[in-house]
Design a protein around this ligand. Structure first.
Ligand SMILES: NC(=O)c1ccc[n+]([C@@H]2O[C@H](COP(=O)([O-])OP(=O)(O)OC[C@H]3O[C@@H](n4cnc5c(N)ncnc54)[C@H](O)[C@@H]3O)[C@@H](O)[C@H]2O)c1
Length: 366
């Protein structure tokens, strides 16, 4: 619900919208977590996105949050995320704190009727994500957008549009590759699926516009770790209609960060080219820049994602990708983890979409 400037409204006993002052009609956003992603979202909201402003920031790290608040023109600072979400001066929320905090904070936003852009993954398990879907269905309107920002990356969108146009014939195979420079300390194979591969699982669903029915995962430990994490995983997906996908997730690739997709159609293929920068031919060699991490590679996508989220709040239109996409990707992720453990293909029990999400393709095509 948009609340006009200066108007006092109560939602579930909490003041909403009473802090818009001085005729500033921009939506006051609160950002939870001011690390790499939260810092990027706050920066984009403050500097690049129209129609919204960073009203508040929250982090358990007082130094970090203070710095980001200052960079955002003096946003209010909160040590407690729930307190910030409940504050009357915050009308919409971006969640960019660690994965295990997401579900509880999204539930708080739903309880208060505040639109929320939650970083991926929506939750840490399919069961937790289903709880969010059920709460949103109970609320009767879509308030949750999930941070699958590749759906806003211009290159990915071009590939999706070519695939959807019919120009390459019926899309029959999705191929994705996702390489990070190094693996964070102390993570396991499940983390690689739920934190990293989750993006690729969503891209596959989105590009082929279908739900996954079976997965099979093989992996290698390339780091020599004694506990056996699979930092290199090859994921095979079979969709409900028999079409296929393969995904390489390599979270210890060493050389830098690289993400790409290809959609193979019955009569042609479409794929993302290496991103920006000059291609240099020199000394009998041929070089191109490789990004350092996702913040380098996807900054334009983060900005477009936030801008579209703000527009959806302004217009009352549905956010996308939505809680269902967050949930369905986690169901596929859960089956991938089961396949790693069993060494066998595993069925993916994606249920029927509730009416709130029915009749929609698996996301935006701009
Ligand atoms: N969409 C993407 O491309 C992308 C990329 C990286 C990370 N992410 C996601 O973004 C989220 C944050 O990742 P990151 O890389 O920025 O991590 P990070 O460690 O850099 O930052 C997390 C921040 O959250 C703070 N924090 C911890 N608990 C908190 C709490 N209870 N309330 C408020 N703040 C709290 C930490 O102090 C830290 O400043 C994760 O969920 C991650 O999966 C998404």
């Amino acid at each position: 619900m948009r609340v006009p400037s200066g108007e006092h409204t109560k939602q579930n006993g909490v003041d909403v919208g009473n802090e818009r002052r001085g005729g500033d009609e921009r939506i006051p956003v609160g950002v939870v977590g001011t690390g790499g992603m939260g810092g990027m979202h706050a920066y984009c909201l403050h500097r690049k996105v129209a129609g919204a402003r960073v009203a508040a920031v929250s982090d358990v790290d007082a130094d970090r949050v203070g710095k980001v608040a200052e960079e955002c023109g003096g946003a209010a600072v909160f040590g407690d995320a729930v307190e910030m979400i409940r504050d009357g001066g915050v009308e919409a929320v971006v969640i960019a704190s660690p994965d295990p905090t997401h579900a509880e904070l999204v539930h708080e936003c739903l309880r208060l009727g505040k639109p929320v852009l939650c970083e991926k993954p929506l939750a840490t398990s399919p069961e937790e994500a289903l709880g969010i879907v059920e709460a949103e269905v109970e609320a009767g309107r879509k308030l949750v957008q999930v941070g699958f920002m590749r759906r806003y990356d211009p290159q990915h969108v071009d590939v999706k549009n070519v695939a959807a146009s019919g120009a390459i014939g019926e899309p029959v195979l999705f191929k994705g590759w996702h390489r990070n420079a190094r693996i964070p300390a102390g993570v396991d194979s499940g983390w690689v699926v739920i934190n990293a591969a989750i993006h690729d699982l969503d891209s596959a669903r989105w590009m082929l516009d279908a739900e996954v029915r079976e997965v099979f995962v093989r992996g290698l430990n390339t780091t020599g770790s004694s506990v056996g994490e699979l930092d290199l995983q090859l994921i095979q997906l079979t969709f409900a209609d028999g079409r296929l996908a393969t995904i390489e997730v390599n979270v210890d690739a060493g050389f830098g960060y690289e993400v790409g997709v290809e959609v193979v159609g019955a009569s042609g293929t479409a794929y993302t080219a290496p991103p920006s920068g000059a291609t240099v031919r020199l000394d009998r060699g041929f070089t191109q820049k490789v990004d350092g991490d996702w913040l380098d590679r996807f900054e334009p996508a983060y900005t477009i994602e936030l801008q579209e989220w703000v527009r959806s709040i302004e217009s009352g239109g549905p956010p996308s990708p939505d809680a269902w996409d967050g949930y369905a990707s986690l169901v596929v992720a859960g089956a991938c983890i089961a396949s790693i453990r069993s060494g066998k293909p595993e069925a993916v029990p994606v249920p029927e979409r509730p009416g709130l999400y029915a009749g929609e393709a698996t996301g935006v095509t701009r």
